[in-house]
Design a protein around this ligand. Structure first.
Ligand code: PEP
Ligand code: MN
Length: 317
C-alpha cells in the first residue's frame, strides 16, 4: 500500500505513523520519499482496516492499494467449468414435478449439464409466489436421479442451504442476497461451488468484497453478472464490468442474460454478447410455456427458441 500525501496533511502523517505501527504490528510503515508513505508486510485482511483508518485521518491524501491486498481470497477463486462456454438453463422457479421433469429431460436431450432448480424464491412482495420451498426438494431429487443433471439452486438463508444441500450441486446467492453476510459466511464453509450474483448497482469493489466472505474458505465461486434494473437509465447487463473482473483476476464469470433483459426478444443477443466479451457462460431462464410461467414469463425463452440458441452456439464451437 502506498500513501501519496497531500501537502496539507504531511505534518499530521508524521505524527500518526506511530499509531498505525502500534495497531498493525507486523507492518513496515515508512517514508519512501518526502511525500510518500509505504506500507509493507501487512497481514492478510489488514489492508481494509488500515485503509479506513488512514482515510479518516488523512482524507485528502491518496491511498493506493492493490485488489490482492483488499480481497486476498476472492481474487484467488479458482472455479472453472469443463467447457469453455457453459450454459445454465431452467425455469425461474420449479413449479410442479411434471413441468420440471419435462424441462430436465429437454435439457438433457440437448446435451446440457446444468439445470436451474429454484425452490426458494426471493420475491419483493411477500404475496408473490415464494417457490415450492421444502416441497420442491423431492422434485429436485427426482430430476437429479432421473437425468443426472447438476442442479443450481438459490438459497436465502443458512437454514435453506442445509435443507437442500444433498440435492443440489451449486448454491446460488441471488442479487437480493449479495450483501447477506451471514449467508455468505455460512456458504464459505460449504464444499459446493457458489454462484454469486452482482446485485443491481453494485460496483466491482462491492462484488469482490462479498466474494471475500465466501472465499475465506470456499474458493469455488462463479461470478454472475445479472445486470441492473430494467428501464432505469443505468439498466442492462454490464458486460464491460463482467469482462473486466474476469480479465483482471482470471475469475470465472458468467452473465445471466434473462433478468435484466427487457423481454424475451433481447435474451438471445445477450448470449452472443457474453461470448464476444469472453465470459465463461450464461444463465438463462426457459419455460415450456412462458405465458403460463408463475414467475418471469416475460423474459423466459420457450423450448423452441432455446433449442435454436443452443444449436447456433454449438455450431460456433
Ligand atoms: C433468479 O436467478 O432466480 C433470480 C431471482 O435472479 P436475481 O437474483 O438476479 O434477481
Ligand atoms: Mn427469474
Amino acid at each position: 500500500m502506498l500513501i501519496n500525501l497531500d501537502k496539507s496533511e504531511k505534518k499530521l502523517a508524521k505524527k500518526i505513523i506511530d499509531i498505525f505501527k502500534k495497531d498493525f504490528k507486523s507492518a513496515k510503515i515508512f517514508f519512501a520519499g518526502d511525500k510518500t508513505i509505504s506500507v509493507e508486510n501487512l497481514k492478510k485482511g489488514e489492508a481494509p482496516a488500515l485503509f479506513s483508518q488512514i482515510k479518516a485521518v488523512l482524507p485528502k491524501s491518496e491511498i493506493i492499494c492493490s485488489a490482492e491486498e483488499f480481497y486476498p481470497n476472492a481474487v484467488k477463486s479458482k472455479f472453472s467449468f469443463d467447457k469453455k462456454f457453459e450454459i445454465i438453463a431452467g425455469p425461474c422457479a420449479a413449479e410442479n414435478i411434471k413441468s420440471y421433469l419435462k424441462t430436465a429431460s429437454f435439457l438433457k436431450s440437448l446435451g446440457l449439464k446444468y439445470i436451474r432448480g429454484p425452490i426458494f424464491k426471493p420475491r419483493q412482495s411477500p404475496y408473490s409466489f415464494q417457490g415450492l420451498e421444502e416441497k420442491g426438494i423431492e422434485i429436485l431429487k427426482e430430476a437429479k436421479e432421473k437425468y443426472s443433471l447438476k442442479i443450481v439452486t438459490e438459497v436465502l438463508s443458512a437454514e435453506q442451504a442445509n435443507k437442500v444441500c444433498s440435492y443440489c450441486d451449486i448454491f446460488q446467492v441471488g442479487a437480493a442476497n449479495m450483501r447477506n453476510y451471514a449467508l455468505l459466511k455460512y456458504l464459505s464453509e460449504s464444499d459446493k461451488p457458489v454462484l454469486l450474483k452482482r446485485t443491481q448497482g453494485a460496483t466491482i469493489k462491492d462484488w469482490l468484497s462479498s466474494a471475500e466472505y465466501l472465499a475465506v474458505k470456499n474458493k469455488n465461486i462463479i461470478f454472475c453478472e445479472r445486470g441492473d434494473y430494467p428501464l432505469f437509465p443505468e439498466s442492462g447487463i454490464n458486460f464491460n464490468l463482467a469482462a473486466k473482473i474476469k480479465k483482471d483476476f482470471s475469475l470465472c464469470v458468467i452473465a445471466d442474460i434473462s433478468h435484466s433483459s427487457l423481454g424475451s426478444d433481447f435474451v438471445v443477443p445477450g448470449a452472443w454478447a457474453a461470448r464476444y466479451f469472453g465470459l465463461d457462460g450464461i444463465m438463462v431462464e426457459i419455460h415450456e410455456n412462458p405465458q403460463k410461467s408463475k414467475v418471469d414469463g416475460k423474459h423466459a425463452l420457450n423450448f423452441k427458441d432455446f433449442e435454436k440458441l443452443i444449436k447456433k452456439l454449438k455450431s460456433l464451437g
